[in-house]
Design a protein around this ligand. Structure first.
Ligand code: HEM
Length: 130
């Protein structure tokens, strides 16, 4: 379980929910798991198109059909969970690689006792004449 209490499923578990022999009708789109059983019959592109991709990662099929935002909204309503982290392709909390040619520069923490000099509205400016 994640901190948001979203149920996690593995790709192999999703594969068993392929609509066959009364199995539920799940698909994966961008690492999220959707139970599209109730929507299939209403699908403007036909139930068979979704049927073909049940139990699989249908991200490419979904995207390739050039769906509208309305379609995405409908899809979101059928969300039941997310893939387990090891099966995720899109949602991994990837650590950014350091830029090529060296390590990313880190800001040095202030030395012991040395206070960071910050500009503020209280900072006095003197021009030296007045
Ligand atoms: C279960 C998730 C899906 C939802 C919620 C969904 C939703 C929709 C909606 C609302 C439309 C009407 C046009 C639009 O608003 O974009 C549509 C059309 C279409 N969808 Fe899907 N769709 C899903 C999955 C798929 C998949 C997996 C495929 C392909 C394998 C697909 C292929 C198509 C096609 C070809 C059309 C155009 C139909 C036409 O214009 O005659 N859809 N879909």
């Amino acid at each position: 379980m994640t901190s948001e209490d979203v149920k996690e499923y593995s790709l192999s578990e999703v594969a068993t929910k392929n609509g066959k022999d009364g199995a539920p009708c799940w698909i994966v789109v961008r690492d999220k798991v959707y139970d599209v059983g109730s929507f299939m019959i209403e699908h403007p592109g036909g139930a068979d198109l979704i049927e073909e991709v049940l139990g699989t990662d249908a991200t490419k099929d979904f995207d390739d059909a050039g769906h509208s935002n309305d379609a995405i909204t409908i899809l979101k309503k059928t969300k039941i969970g997310i893939l387990v982290e090891t099966d995720r392709k899109y949602d991994k909390k990837k650590k950014k690689k350091p830029a090529e040619g060296g390590e990313k520069k880190k800001k040095k923490p202030a030395e012991d006792g040395e206070k960071k000099k910050k500009r503020s509205c209280k900072t006095r400016m003197t021009c030296g004449v007045c």
